[in-house]
Design a protein around this ligand. Structure first.
Ligand SMILES: [Zn+2]
Ligand SMILES: [Zn+2]
Length: 82
C-alpha cells in the first residue's frame, strides 16, 4: 500500500500521530482510514504533518486509482484504428 501526501509526497511513519479536534484523542489516522477510534468521527480530509496542507484522505492512497483514471487507462489500451 503506497500512502503519501498528495501535495509533498511525505510518507507517514508508524509512530506519527494525528489529533482529533472533536475529542482530543491522538491516533494514527492511516490505521483507521481517517476515523477517530474514540469518537468515531470520520475525517474525510487529512492534514500532512510535513507541509501542513489538507488533502482528502482517499488521495493519500496511491494504490487506489480514482474512477476517472481507470477510464483513461481503458482509453489508452484501445487499439489504434490507424
Ligand atoms: Zn475523536
Ligand atoms: Zn505534505
Amino acid at each position: 500500500m503506497k500512502i503519501y501526501c498528495p501535495k509533498c509526497e511525505w510518507k507517514p511513519q508508524p509512530d506519527d500521530h494525528w489529533w482529533c479536534s472533536k475529542c482530543s484523542h491522538q491516533w494514527h489516522t492511516f490505521d483507521t482510514q481517517g476515523q477517530c477510534p474514540n469518537c468515531k468521527f470520520i475525517w474525510k480530509d487529512t492534514q500532512c504533518l510535513s507541509c501542513h496542507q489538507w488533502s482528502r484522505h482517499h488521495d493519500w492512497y496511491h494504490d487506489l486509482p480514482p474512477v476517472e483514471e481507470l477510464l483513461e487507462e481503458a482509453e489508452v489500451a484501445r487499439p489504434n484504428p490507424a
